[in-house]
Ligand binder design. Structure first.
Ligand SMILES: Cc1cc2nc3c(=O)[nH]c(=O)nc-3n(C[C@H](O)[C@H](O)[C@H](O)COP(=O)(O)OP(=O)(O)OC[C@H]3O[C@@H](n4cnc5c(N)ncnc54)[C@H](O)[C@@H]3O)c2cc1C
Length: 423
């Protein structure tokens, strides 16, 4: 479906109805929607292939959206932007997204906290579906087209790549944010938008894993804990608690819950030493944990403590906890001393970690900041500053958690921009 270079000549001469810059999920949705309404659409993508980031979403499984059928509940997830998005979502809601994919043969299944994934467990399914849609709607796709400038000259948009110039009546900017720059999202669109008189709110990484001072995390890298309680402190003072899934990485912590609190953590890091305690087992307090250990050690008295503790926490983590408690894992349960049991229950109740930093843009899921919504018409996604210019997806300054909410923004803003740009 990608264009041969000898065709480019004709494309530079043509006055397109719409040029879409950026072939991520938002750009693909916008381009296909506009073309389906009869517009001539040229999609310019800097990579040789489209949707590089889309294909790594959800660990390669693509968390397409979140099954929040109650629109108020859905919009609340976008915090301060929920009000703005009301009319945008009324044109393309979560239910519309599910129907859109179902009608194209993509069945979705629900996982924890409403996350919807393709039943194939593969982001390729979503990617291929969008490619087919672009083909069927007649979008012209130019891969390897690095856009270097977008200007409005009289009533037309002049889009310059490293080798050509293309003209269109309207332009949709969908170049994404600045997270995972190796996928092509290097923030180019912010430069274009700024040149076109838009404000750009400082962009920083958001939804990003954290690094810890403790190097032992490396030994448990890959271990995931579901539904644990986290307590975040600054200089030893409790700030907030959060429950959910946590994943140990080579250098610290990740997983949905960590990603979702990473922005708060980044703010707290400015104010002092940030601690994070993980409650490893569900007992209500340290005393109950001690009782549980006593019962367990009594029942398994001749077994080695390391082979018993792994009934409560994953084996590799059990080894780390024993080491931190200064207990030899080979000790038979009947020989674990009261003091040792106390240290153990204290660690199981609140495993302490110190957060030193957030990882960089190369590991972030999204970037915060971007074009402020005050400069966009929520009914159309058209710029209030530059008629005929539309801005969508990760380019917009919209705060949201992990869980399919980012891609839903792409489907919704892409659909709305594509529909209105085509008019
Ligand atoms: C590892 C990871 C996992 C994620 N998982 C999920 C998930 O499961 N669910 C979810 O909802 N969200 C997820 N996200 C977030 C989601 O991927 C993004 O919100 C989404 O991709 C944004 O889409 P977009 O189209 O706005 O921008 P992008 O996907 O960033 O696409 C922008 C496109 O524009 C192109 N481009 C940039 N500059 C130029 C230029 N100068 N000229 C031409 N083309 C250009 C880029 O090459 C790129 O293809 C994940 C993100 C990451 C990094």
């Amino acid at each position: 479906m990608y264009t041969q270079s000898h065709m480019k000549d004709a494309y530079t001469k043509k006055l397109w109805d719409i040029i879409v810059v950026g072939g991520g999920p938002a750009g693909m949705m916008a381009a296909a929607t506009a073309a389906a309404k009869g517009a001539s659409v040229l999609l310019l993508e800097k990579n040789q292939t489209l949707g590089k980031k889309l294909r790594i979403t959800g660990g390669g499984r693509c968390n397409v959206t979140n099954n929040k059928t109650n629109s108020r509940e859905m919009l609340a997830k976008y915090k301060g932007s929920g009000k703005f998005l009301h009319s945008t979502f009324s044109q393309h809601s979560v239910a519309d997204t599910v129907t859109w994919f179902n009608e194209r043969g993509v069945e979705l299944k629900e996982e924890n906290e409403g996350r919807l994934f393709p039943v194939t467990d593969s982001a390729e399914t979503v990617y291929e579906t969008l490619l087919t849609e672009l083909k069927q709607t007649g979008v012209t796709v130019l891969g390897g087209a690095v856009v270097t400038a977008v200007k409005k000259i009289d009533s037309h948009f002049l889009t310059t790549t490293r080798t050509e110039q293309f003209r269109a009546k309207k332009c949709i900017l969908a170049t994404g944010g600045t997270s995972r720059p190796e996928t092509g999202s290097t923030g180019d669109g912010f430069t274009f938008a700024k040149t076109l008189d838009h404000t750009i709110h400082a962009h920083n990484v958001a939804l990003v894993p954290v690094e810890t001072q403790e190097r032992w995390v490396k030994r448990v890298s890959g271990v995931s804990l579901s539904d644990v309680k986290l307590t975040v402190t600054v200089d030893g003072k409790k700030q907030f608690t959060q429950s959910g899934k946590v994943l140990f990485t080579h250098t610290g912590l990740s997983g949905p819950t960590i990603l979702n609190i990473s922005k708060q953590i980044s703010e707290l890091l400015e104010t002092g030493t940030v601690g994070l305690h993980i409650k490893l087992i569900s007992e209500p307090d340290e005393g109950s944990i001690r009782e549980k250990l006593t019962e367990l050690f009594h029942a398994e008295s001749n077994k080695k403590v390391c082979n018993v503790l792994n009934q409560l926490v994953p084996t590799t983590l059990a080894k780390v906890v024993l080491r931190l408690a200064n207990i030899d894992g080979g000790t038979p349960c009947h020989s674990v001393r009261v003091e040792e049991k106390k240290r153990l229950s204290s660690l199981l109740f609140a495993l302490p970690l110190t957060i030193t930093s957030l990882l960089g843009a190369d590991k972030a899921v999204i970037s915060s900041g971007g074009v402020p919504l005050t400069e966009i018409n929520p009914k159309t996604m058209e710029s209030k500053k530059v008629p005929g210019l539309f801005l969508i997806g990760d380019m917009l300054d919209i705060d949201r958690p992990s869980g399919g909410y980012s891609l839903q923004l792409c489907w919704t803003t892409g659909f709305v921009a594509g529909s209105h740009a085509a008019v």
